[in-house]
Design a protein around this ligand. Structure first.
Ligand code: PEP
Ligand code: MG
Length: 580
């Protein structure tokens, strides 16, 4: 039995068998072999080379057909690496002389190849190191005799263990099959963790070496509420966790009873508690937990985990479904927030050194107007089917809002000419998630109908902390005084301009922060459906006056620790049974 501590990403407890995803990313273990195993290792290597050659040729043909011969040349380079006599000689010799398993020898040889290329002056040759890695992955996959299973094709219930999971991997998770997951990398605000909460799958991320510690088919306990993973638990521990699992379910069940009660403070102040979703399938969770509409629909998830762009019609159908199912509640459709940790291989964008500071979200849409216009067409077409609103992500200043609005009016004009019905008064909002937007929110407010604060990014950009890097996760402080002052500035700026302001970052779903956020004056909080009842319980347990006093006090403190202590003290007073 071994216990690992990571970052709690999605609450709940699950016990299940380990399923490794992306085996090829793992460190290849060095294993001594007997002399009589040498020829077997070498023939496995030859078979893997032949299979890999076939695969690469097939991909080359497909790429040539889809994108043209030029684009397919890169695979000629891959074939050259694969057939390199020096590589073959070094690997066979290595196995014979060192009596070590062939996977390990191959990795070692290719690592020296990669190092040679990486150290070259010429940037083209330097870039070839990536090709070597690609070829290595392919050969290793064939050597290990494993077809790459994807989450979408899983047949049994499993706990997924991976070095990292991309948002495209998580979007294809089927809740019935993936009952929990544990990863080496990731943080609470990485999109993978957000998706786990959305799908209500218990998860622990940032475990650093779970892929080294666990073995396929090991029994694993994932305690997503406390950020713990237990590998091959003993009977006593298993029994204790099975009980914890039951009490978590009872706790959830009790809270869900609040579903139909209003989110109203003891002195009658009403706030909207909405839900964040990524795919229309999540609507059922929104309803189960009493969400009053969608405060953030992350539409880019429709574009992830596939090989081509969704058509306007497909987008329209997804938006219409959400609008209709949530009606009469509002649904805020965020325009594409691609880039950062959400990539589309089929858009063929150049790799970036700092993708979170790069061509992301509205920047990408303003650089690819046809892509943006298609989405706006789909949103406008769906707008008569419910209370849809549109919102632009990653706004850094008023010019971007003006440009986006200009494109929106061009699309409206086009639909009008074609006689396609749409809501002429479609409300438009801006996400405030970059400090420059927060500090100039007064001018942005003049161009929009509402704001929604994206704290996941606001914190990352204000504190210079990569939101997906588990090594610096301890510095990612939502309660940093700088963050609080930015929030106050945005909320006051919106209200002065006469528009409403919500929050859709993960901070909105932390019940410890609820009194502070209420006191700062937010009109709406949007969060993973699973946490709505807990937040509602807090809202219903205090007065607005108390909350305002608390936020005034918090704004006068100088460290995140002091602010957290203040909030914990408050939580103990208002809901002693909920504070552990
Ligand atoms: C945010 O940044 O807080 C947000 C809600 O958007 P995302 O997490 O998708 O960047
Ligand atoms: Mg964001």
């Amino acid at each position: 039995m071994k216990e690992l501590k990571g970052i709690p990403a999605s609450p709940g407890v699950m016990v299940g068998k380990v399923f490794f995803l992306d085996k090829e990313e793992f460190e290849i273990k060095k294993r001594p072999i007997r002399k009589d195993m040498v020829s077997k290792n070498i023939s496995r290597f030859q078979e893997a080379l032949a299979k890999t050659e076939e695969e690469i040729k097939e991909i080359r043909a497909q790429v040539a057909k889809r994108l043209g011969k030029e684009e397919a040349y890169i695979f000629d380079a891959h074939l050259l690496i694969l057939k390199d006599p020096y590589l073959i000689k070094k690997v066979t010799q290595g196995v014979k002389e060192e009596l070590i398993n062939v996977e390990y020898i191959l990795s070692q040889v290719l690592e020296t190849f990669r190092e040679t290329f990486s150290s070259m002056e010429d940037s083209y040759l330097k870039g070839r190191a990536v090709d070597i890695k690609d070829v290595e992955r392919r050969i290793l996959r064939n050597l290990l005799g494993k077809e790459r299973e994807t989450l979408a094709t899983l047949k049994e219930e499993v706990i997924v263990v991976a070095h990292d999971l991309s948002p495209s991997d998580t979007v294809s998770m089927h809740k019935e099959k993936v009952i929990g997951f544990a990863t080496d990398m990731g943080t609470k605000t990485s999109h993978t963790a957000i998706m786990a909460r959305a799908l209500e799958i218990p998860a622990v991320v940032g475990l650093k070496n779970i892929t080294q510690e666990a073995q396929a088919l090991d029994t694993l306990i994932v305690d997503g509420s406390h950020g713990l993973v237990i590998i091959t638990p003993d009977k006593k521990t298993l029994k204790r966790y099975r009980k914890d699992k039951e009490s978590f379910e009872v706790f959830e069940h009790e809270l869900v009873k609040l579903k139909d009660l209003p989110a109203q403070t003891l002195d009658g102040h009403r706030i909207i508690l909405a839900a964040n979703i990524e795919v229309p399938d999540e609507i059922k969770y929104v309803k189960e937990h009493g969400g009053e509409g969608i405060g953030l629909y992350r539409t880019e998830f429709l574009h992830l985990g596939r090989d081509d762009l969704p058509s306007i019609d497909e987008q329209f159908k997804a938006y219409r479904e959400v609008a209709q199912k949530l009606s009469p509640h509002p649904v805020i459709i965020r325009t594409l927030d691609l880039g950062g940790d959400k990539f589309l291989s089929y858009l063929n964008l150049a790799p970036e050194m700092n993708p979170f500071l790069g061509l992301r979200a509205i920047r990408l849409c303003l650089a690819d107007i046809p892509l943006f216009k298609d989405q706006l067409r789909a949103i406008l077409r769906a707008s008569p089917y419910g209370d849809l609103k549109v919102m632009y992500p990653m706004i850094s200043g008023v010019e971007e809002v003006k440009k986006a609005n200009q494109i929106l009016s061009e699309v409206k004009e086009e639909l009008k000419k074609k006689g396609i019905p749409f809501n002429k008064n479609l409300e438009v909002g801006a996400m405030i998630e970059i400090p420059s937007a927060a500090l100039t929110c007064e001018s942005i407010a003049k161009e929009v109908d509402f704001f929604s604060i994206g704290t996941n990014d606001l914190i990352q950009y204000a504190l210079a902390i990569d939101r997906v890097n588990e090594n610096i996760a301890y510095l990612y402080q939502p309660l940093h005084p700088a963050v609080l002052h930015l929030l106050k500035r945005i909320i006051d700026g919106a209200h002065k301009a006469g528009i409403w302001v919500g929050m859709c970052g993960e901070m909105a779903g932390e019940s410890l922060f609820t009194p502070l956020l209420l006191g700062l004056g937010l009109d709406e909080l949007s969060m993973s459906p699973i946490v709505i009842p807990e937040v509602k319980e807090v809202v219903r347990s205090l007065t607005l006056k108390e909350a305002e006093e608390l936020s005034r006090k918090a704004l006068n403190l100088s460290t995140a620790q002091e602010i957290e202590a203040l909030l914990k003290e408050k939580a103990r007073k208002i809901l002693p049974e909920a504070v552990t």
